[in-house]
Design a protein around this ligand. Structure first.
Ligand code: EPZ
Length: 420
């Protein structure tokens, strides 16, 4: 397994172009299953997760071509069974259930594995399918859904931890070909949900209200092919802004939608850091030490859970005592033990991390555990004294397009050591 070595203490400066959104690409690629006509998706990032999704589409029978960020999919004849050995690698594979149910009126998809950020139930997805008239069975590790026909319904997608992003996506993709009108109450408002709805409407769907808590879908008989460019990855943008906050003189992220990153830029401003926004570029001008902050993760437009680990890395060397409360995935603290190996002073109290900022962290061998925790450890290593060695970097490659190369372009002394 590859490792990444970071030689701390080298300031970052310059700009990077943000890649297309992983969390927009995955459901949009799944949505190409809803038509037999060709679709073209632009700006798909080169990640393990997008690679896995294309493998699933091909396994289901779609023709797939990829030329750098441009992916063409023609799902003319498809079967509706996605077995464990292709689904097991990525939990987000669950978002092929909705389009398969919508198109084929049946689907069998292996239950997604759990993951280190916590329990990943899909009860709300399945309740949504049942509300549309599907029969749902879970047997020998597979989810089987079947519906002689799908009929529009009023469905609430709000669970005890708030709305579900992929649940909203899945129900929307099943409802676009249902008879009648579906109303999704308590819908997720993430920009990636809006991007999916935009793509579906380009395919001939009739969806209104995406981005609000209430999405209305009028079913249509069939969808046609479409072309679409995915939105920029707001979490990658936020990750580089935090890198700038930790180790930068001035760092600019380009090709980003500032509105999508507002909760992160607001948090960095509250830390006392200067942020400049100009068109599709955001710059951060750190002034030495950030100050402490009390932070709570919330569904969009609140502070994103996918940026929580990165902020913990920043707050570990911010003056004062900070608290970070994780409301979306309360167990999402795999990065804490590794940050403590680097000298961070963090105590977990349930879903809250209390962080006493230290002057600086010390480089150490640390282990990546999930996508965003891994990024947080790389960020912490940027300013730590000495060398930080992050192992199991395949976690990073799942969701960041060439993270180490982009940080090198900004001046980081970072190298990837290929596994022997
Ligand atoms: C999406 O996951 C993202 N993944 C996650 O990003 C992100 O952390 C998450 O949304 C929250 O924003 C993709 O878009 C591919 P949820 P998703 O369903 O949709 C509970 C990353 O790092 N829940 O919105 O799977 C669930 O346990 C990844 O890029 C139920 O209770 O997350 C969680 O506590 C990690 N029942 C909360 O809702 C359900 O049926 C939000 O989960 C579904 C979810």
């Amino acid at each position: 397994m590859d490792k990444i070595l970071i030689h701390g203490g080298h300031p970052l400066s310059g700009s990077i172009k943000v890649s297309g959104s992983k969390n927009s690409s995955l459901p949009i690629l799944a949505a190409t299953l809803l038509t037999r006509e060709p679709c073209v998706v632009y700006g798909v990032p080169d990640l393990s997760d997008t690679h896995y999704m294309l493998q699933i589409l091909m396994h289901l029978g779609a023709q797939v071509e990829r030329a750098s960020g441009t992916v063409s999919v023609t799902a003319e004849k498809i079967q509706s069974v996605a077995p464990y050995d292709v689904v097991r690698r990525m939990r987000a594979s669950v978002c092929v259930l909705g389009p398969l149910l919508g198109r084929c009126k049946e689907a069998t998809v292996s239950l997604p594995g759990g993951c280190v950020i916590g329990d990943r139930p899909i009860d709300l997805h399945l309740q949504g399918f049942e509300a549309l008239g599907a029969a749902v069975r879970v047997e020998s590790g597979d989810i089987k859904v079947f519906a002689p026909k799908l009929t529009g319904a009023v469905i609430n997608m709000h669970g005890k931890f708030g709305p579900t992003v992929l649940g909203t996506d899945n129900v929307m993709m099943a409802a676009v070909l249902a008879d009648g009108v579906t109303v999704i109450e308590g819908a997720a408002q993430e920009p990636e949900v809006v991007d999916l709805a935009t793509f579906l409407n380009k395919m001939g769907a009739k969806i209104e209200g995406a981005g609000t808590r209430r999405i209305i879908i009028e079913g249509v008989p069939a969808l046609h092919g479409a072309e679409h460019r995915v939105i920029p990855d707001r979490i990658e943008a936020g990750t580089f802004l935090v890198a700038g906050a930790i180790a930068g003189k001035e760092v600019t992220v380009k090709r980003v939608n500032p509105e999508h990153v507002r909760a992160v830029t607001d948090a960095l401003t509250r830390c006392g850091l200067a942020i400049n926004v100009k068109d599709d570029a955001i710059s951060i001008l750190p002034n030495g030490h950030a100050s402490a902050l009390d932070l709570t993760t919330e569904p969009y437009p609140g502070f994103p859970t996918d940026m929580q680990a990165q902020m913990c890395a920043l707050l570990s060397t911010s003056k004062g005592t900070s608290s970070v409360t994780e409301n979306v995935f309360p167990q999402r603290y795999m990065h804490v033990a590794e940050l403590k190996r680097m000298g961070a002073q963090v105590e977990l109290e349930g879903a809250t991390a209390v962080i006493d900022g230290v002057d600086c962290l010390l480089g150490a061998p640390v282990m990546a555990s999930d996508l965003r925790a891994s990024a947080a450890l790389v960020l912490a290593g940027l300013k730590a004294d000495g060398i930080t060695e992050v192992s199991r970097v395949y976690h990073i490659d799942r969701g960041y397009e060439h993270l180490d190369e982009k940080l090198s372009e900004l001046g980081a002394h970072i190298e990837r050591v290929k596994a022997a």
